[in-house]
Design a protein around this ligand. Structure first.
Ligand SMILES: [Zn+2]
Length: 90
């Protein structure tokens, strides 16, 4: 039996919706990602950084898992505080 692949991730949210995520390849073959809110069009650019030294970004810096979906559900995002924050994997 195979277990379903699930993991804890951070969800990018704006206007109570999960933000869209798309990756764009540029002509020089570098890539960047964009988080976009389908409601207010706010967008956040993500640049790829390879083999990064986390310490260079200051105390408490860490790599986090963020969900990136090109077609997230258009329904209102359920509030995360419906569940107690007892998760030790944060
Ligand atoms: Zn928004």
């Amino acid at each position: 039996m195979t277990e379903p692949t699930t993991s804890n991730v951070w969800i990018p949210v704006c206007c109570e919706r999960v933000m869209r995520f798309n990756v764009f390849i540029q002509k020089d073959s570098s890539a960047y990602g964009a988080l976009v809110c389908g409601v207010c069009n706010k967008n956040v650019t993500l640049e790829l950084e390879k083999s990064v030294d986390l310490a260079a970004y200051g105390d408490g810096s860490r790599a986090i898992n963020v969900l990136g979906s090109p077609r997230p559900p258009k329904t209102e995002r359920r509030k995360a505080d419906d569940e107690p924050l007892s998760d030790q994997t944060l």
